[in-house]
Design a protein around this ligand. Structure first.
Ligand code: ADP
Ligand code: MG
Length: 257
């Protein structure tokens, strides 16, 4: 069983400590959600996992099946099976979704075996169709230019399709709900749920409880001031929706006192 382990992670931006000892383990097939008020470091966690240069890890570890993720370049992280929904190009005019996905798959295959000739086109087409059917996407989507004039929802669909074809072991999705209408939200969530049911571990980072009406996490964590202050099951998200974060602020203040 594959696992992504974050151990006592401390991260600074421009000498300001943002993550202050965050620990979390996600196993393949599990969906975890991190919730929390704005400014608590949720995106900092996502950027750190993707290897963004502005985020300095001052201590702690991130291990993927025991291998040190923090020493890997961003493309190596991806080859090792980490998928970060927002690390991909914004718009590539002239490159279709299908071309882009095929290049990505072939680049990965060549990284593993320099002799690799790439996935044969019929095999690729068949695989792409299967994935689009699973995600209930119109096949025409594959022929469109990547992100060129895509709505927010279509960009997310393209990302989810990319996730389905690259088959990462772990996906980190940050605030995937922003800018999505309810239909797109449903499609994206169904995609995540379908993929998670197989071999994917998912870490959904969100400010909005609304997303969790669609993506069904088994584990919910609350992050405040750079740490996870509470973990529970899906009922924790419902409790937060009803009661907000104040009770946790009080609780953590009492614990600190
Ligand atoms: P969240 O995603 O939970 O809203 P962020 O990780 O985006 O939180 O931000 C955490 C903290 O880091 C905030 O206090 C924010 O002001 C600060 N921060 C984020 N980006 C930068 C930056 N580039 N330079 C300095 N401070 C930053
Ligand atoms: Mg954020």
């Amino acid at each position: 069983m594959s696992q992504l382990e974050i151990k006592d992670l401390h991260v600074s931006i421009e000498d300001k400590e943002i993550l202050k000892g965050l620990s979390l383990t996600v196993k393949q097939g599990e969906i975890h959600a991190i919730m929390g008020p704005n400014g608590t470091g949720k995106s900092t966690l996502a950027y750190t996992l993707m290897g963004h240069p502005n985020y300095t890890v001052t201590s702690g570890e991130v291990l993927l099946d025991g291998e040190n993720v923090l020493e890997m370049e961003p493309d190596e992280r991806s080859r090792h099976g980490l998928f970060l929904a927002f690390q991909y190009p914004v718009a590539i005019p002239g490159v279709t979704v299908a071309n882009f996905l095929r290049s990505a798959i072939n680049a990965r295959r060549r990284a593993e075996n320099p002799e690799d000739k790439g996935m044969p086109i019929p095999e690729f087409r068949k695989m792409l169709k299967e994935k689009m059917d699973m995600l209930r996407m119109d096949h025409n989507f594959a022929g469109r230019y990547l992100n060129d004039g895509f709505s927010g929802g279509e960009k997310k669909r393209a990302e989810i399709l990319q996730m389905a074809t690259l088959k990462p072991r772990f996906a980190i999705l940050d605030e995937t709900d922003s800018g999505l209408d309810i239909d797109a939200l449903r499609v994206v969530s169904e995609g995540v749920n379908a993929l998670a049911g197989t071999e994917l571990g998912v870490l959904v980072i969100t400010h909005y409880q609304r997303l969790l009406n669609y993506i069904k996490p088994q584990f919910v964590h609350v992050m405040m001031d750079g740490r996870i202050v509470e973990s529970g099951g899906p009922d924790l998200a419902l409790h937060l929706e009803e009661h907000g974060y104040d009770w946790l602020r009080e609780k953590t203040a009492e614990e600190a006192a």
